[in-house]
Design a protein around this ligand. Structure first.
Ligand code: MN3
Length: 246
């Protein structure tokens, strides 16, 4: 069994459907390359390619926010992650996911690099991948939302309440665990892989993530965070979400 297959089978990260020797996979469009299991190329992480223009998510996410968020904020996490990893030749051989799952076993120098900049790179890559205007909720997600929350409307009410409740900067996530959808928040650039209880790690799939940092919405929405959260519904790429849960 290849190492990637082994990791995917044993950890069940659910970030892709088919493990291949290529560290990237395409979601329905060969130009849309998103890390499957994130590994550096020649020791360096790079911005994942977007398959949409900065204005493609208008009016929900404005072009200026997209451009700054992607080229400045995301790039800054990558730059600092590469700096930190360059001092740890052992860690640079491992995927970000496997490092997150064993975060507490890393050196005390590396832990904040992974928690802040590793999370920043992983979370934003995951975020860009799931954005598109005009897709419809898929049958698998719909069935899970009804089973877990009673209806799509109740799922969304819970999600907006949870995302609104984040104090300061953080992310709101939908995860699949033991056959149920759950909504969890993480502070700063953490994600559910870092915070997963050990016994449950192999059962977590991250399905949706929303960046609730002010830099994600302030230019357009200013202090109206709830309007930004509600607008997110219109830009979720439900085809990607379906791929993440199967
Ligand atoms: Mn951000």
């Amino acid at each position: 069994m290849e190492r990637k297959d082994f990791i995917k089978t044993t950890l069940g990260l659910g970030l892709g459907i088919i493990a291949t020797s290529n560290p990237f996979k395409a979601f329905g469009n060969n130009d849309y390359l998103v890390p499957d299991e994130m590994l550096p190329i020649n020791g360096k992480y790079e911005l994942p390619k977007l398959n949409y223009a900065y204005n493609a998510l208008e009016p929900y996410i404005d072009a200026q926010t997209m451009e700054i968020h992607y080229t400045k904020h995301h790039q800054a996490y990558i730059t600092k992650l590469n700096e930190g990893l360059s001092k740890d030749p052992n860690a640079i051989q491992k995927s970000l996911e496997s490092l997150f799952l064993d975060l507490d076993k890393q050196s005390k120098e590396l832990i904040p690099v992974l928690r802040n900049h590793g999370g920043g790179h992983w979370n934003h890559s995951f975020f860009w991948e799931q954005l598109k205007v005009g897709t419809a909720v898929g049958p698998n997600f719909q069935a899970l939302a009804i089973k877990s929350f009673g209806s799509i409307e109740m799922f969304w009410n819970t999600f907006t309440k949870m995302a609104s409740s984040i104090f300061g900067s953080g992310w709101c996530w939908v995860i699949l665990q033991n056959g149920q959808l759950k909504i969890v928040n993480t502070p700063n650039q953490e994600n559910p892989l870092m915070n997963a209880p050990k016994a449950a790690k192999d059962k977590i799939k991250i399905v949706i993530g929303l960046d609730v940092w002010e830099h994600a919405y302030y230019l357009k929405y200013q202090n109206k965070r709830v309007d930004y959260i509600n607008s997110f519904w219109n830009v979720i790429n439900w085809e990607v979400v379906e791929n993440r849960i199967i």
